[in-house]
Ligand binder design. Sequence first.
Ligand code: ATP
Length: 141
Amino acid sequence: MESKQFGVIGLGRFGSSVAKTLSDLGYEVLAIDSNEERVEEVKDFVTHAVCADATDEQTLKAVGIKNCDEVVVAIGQEMHNSILITLILKELGIKKVWAKAQNDLHGKILAKVGADVVVYPEKEMGVKVANKMVANNILEF
Ligand code: ATP
């Protein structure tokens, strides 16, 4: 078991997949969502699952976010929340913040407020699938 601890904020399809995979790989995961049902869905898979509004700095401190070496902000729809949370995490001194962007403008803002890595899951998966399709065609040829 590695000693590194990860945080995942936002437990939609992307965030819950990240949280479960990190847990499966043997890492400690603190998972946070303001939606109780989403928290219930992951609570058996991660080390700590907390229902909380992550835009509240005091709450983030209270749940121990500062123990996390890296945190993933996996909120797409509510962009204002993802931007604010990313800013707070960097101000709290989280070394590496990964942030999911909904579009290019969202990604630019996330980078400006300090996100260390901005990910575009749909865009990146689209590129992967297209490359796989072409690779399969070459093999079949
Ligand atoms: P996916 O495509 O991965 O399913 P999404 O980006 O479309 O996800 P969203 O609905 O944008 O999903 O949000 C992801 C999760 O983030 C939701 O479960 C939502 O409850 C949670 N969330 C949004 N704002 C906050 C907040 N301030 N604090 C904690 N969790 C939040």
